[in-house]
Write a protein that binds this ligand. Structure first.
Ligand code: SF4
Length: 80
């Protein structure tokens, strides 16, 4: 799955939401970033180039400083 990392915080551009073919990028009231549902993401990569702040990466390509965001993304969907 793809993961949204720290650069999204307080930006939340939503260009990724518009291009995602399976509608798996979400956020909610009070959240500071967008999240990708790892169980729904089909790894199409459409979202990665449209992010203006380069916040999106394939899980396996997430840099070590942002590794915690893999769990941060999946945790968001545990509440649904
Ligand atoms: Fe959606 Fe494709 Fe990005 Fe996954 S990789 S979040 S399916 S646009």
């Amino acid at each position: 799955a793809y993961v949204i990392c720290e650069p999204c915080v307080d930006v939340m551009d939503t260009a990724c939401v518009d291009v995602c073919p399976v509608d798996c990028i979400h956020t909610s009231e009070g959240e500071k970033q967008l999240y990708i549902d790892p169980d729904v993401c089909i790894d199409c990569a459409a979202c990665e180039p449209v992010c203006p702040v380069d916040a999106i990466a394939m899980q396996s390509d997430v840099s070590s400083e942002w590794e915690s965001y893999i769990e941060i993304n999946s945790k968001f969907f545990e509440t649904f």
